[in-house]
Design a protein around this ligand. Structure first.
Ligand SMILES: Nc1nc2c(ncn2[C@@H]2O[C@H](COP(=O)(O)OP(=O)(O)O)[C@@H](O)[C@H]2O)c(=O)[nH]1
Ligand SMILES: [Mg+2]
Length: 351
């Protein structure tokens, strides 16, 4: 799963990338270089199961972050020809970073400029394909792509009215029809307000001010002080704890940012745990038990017999499989079972 960090130049993209990845890429240099990192998704539940099972190994879920340039801030006046477009189209979601640390910052305006550029890029993509498709349908008499053409028309209209494609109603089969286009404005977004240190105590107010941008499953808000988080990421675990204690900060904004990205990607975690390893696995929301087993090993999916499932909360309360079993908190589930966020699972399979 890939999350693209985008935004205007000097908004703090590379700073945020460093904070999330622990890398030390140079910031503030107007560089247009692309950086990639695999970032582990912090999850207290995995940490707790690890301790409970006294596992030798602990493995967290992961997402790929891409620090990407390419947006100019020219909005509607841009050419819509974004740099590294191919990379951007492959992202599953975007974190759109907006400067809210400069005294004269205009985060709403900056977000709109990025949005306009995304809209324009999608519009150009349609324009480049529309006539070709129309002609091919006419010439070959192949009407199986008629729906695709209809959808492109619909999308074009929306974009021309400055709407993102995520805002129009599309059925699952329509989305499938459009999948190949990898439209930028169809991907979920996390608006990252990159605040200055002196706004750290106002995050609630800021969150309220920007709540109009929030839209379920489409757009979320995250407030973070990138610079502080980047400096933190470069300290040892112990130094980080001391630093946060000194500032009287109990939670890590960075963890919440990563967790929000994960949610936005439509992902949930299930766990396997035991003495050799505790591990958080990633699946798409709505996956069945055999699909989840297949994430561990393809043989597990093919040879799936059943799953023994406990909720994370029950697992932590009863601590062992026999205890869970006698309390009737260990459920035997078959092929149709939809795995839930936080399930602790033991798969039985036959290969
Ligand atoms: N004060 C402050 N400065 C920041 C913050 N985030 C980034 N900057 C500064 O803004 C400049 C641009 O940051 P950079 O991450 O390179 O932006 P990018 O062009 O979007 O990758 C650098 O000089 C950073 O030090 C922040 O949270 N607070
Ligand atoms: Mg940068």
């Amino acid at each position: 799963m890939k999350l693209g960090i985008i935004g205007l130049p000097q908004s703090g993209k590379t700073t945020l990338f460093n904070a999330a990845s622990g890398q030390e890429v140079a910031v503030g240099d107007y560089s247009r270089a692309i950086h990639r990192a695999i970032v582990k998704v912090p999850d207290q539940r995995a940490d707790n199961l690890h301790v409970l099972s006294d596992s030798k190994k602990l493995t967290h879920a992961e997402i790929e972050f891409l620090d990407s340039s390419g947006f100019t801030g020219k909005g509607k006046k841009s050419t819509g020809e974004l740099g590294n477009m191919a990379d951007l189209r492959l992202m599953d979601a975007f974190a759109i970073v907006a400067d809210y640390f400069n005294p004269d910052a205009t985060p709403e305006q900056d977000f709109t400029a990025v949005a306009d550029e995304m809209i324009l890029a999608d519009l150009i993509l349609i324009e480049n394909n529309f006539d070709k498709l129309e002609r091919s349908i006419k010439m070959t008499g192949k009407h199986d792509r008629a729906r695709e053409l209809e959808l492109l028309k619909l999308c074009k209209e929306a974009l021309e009215n400055e709407k993102m494609l995520s805002e129009i109603e599309l059925s699952e089969s329509d989305k499938k029809e459009l999948r190949g286009y990898c439209f930028l404005t169809l991907k979920p977004q996390l608006i990252v307000l990159n605040i200055s240190e002196d706004k750290l105590t106002d995050t609630e107010t800021i969150e309220n001010d920007f709540s109009k941008f929030r839209k379920e499953n489409i757009r979320e808000i995250s407030i973070i002080c990138g610079k502080l988080q980047m400096e933190l990421a470069q300290l040892s675990d112990e130094e980080q704890r001391e630093f946060l204690n000194d500032l009287n900060i109990k939670y890590s904004a960075l963890e919440r940012f990563i967790q929000k990205s994960y949610d936005l990607l439509g992902l949930v975690s299930f766990f396997t745990t035991g003495p050799p390893e505790t591990r958080a696995w990633t699946i798409k929301k709505g996956s069945t038990a055999p699909k989840a087993a297949g994430v561990i090993h393809t043989d597990f999916e093919r040879g799936f017999i059943r799953a023994e499932v406990a909720t994370y909360e029950n697992y932590m309360e009863y601590k062992t499989l026999p205890a869970l079993n006698s309390a009737a908190k260990l459920h035997v589930e078959g092929k149709e079972y939809i795995v839930k966020n936080g399930d602790v699972i033991l798969f039985l399979f036959n290969v």
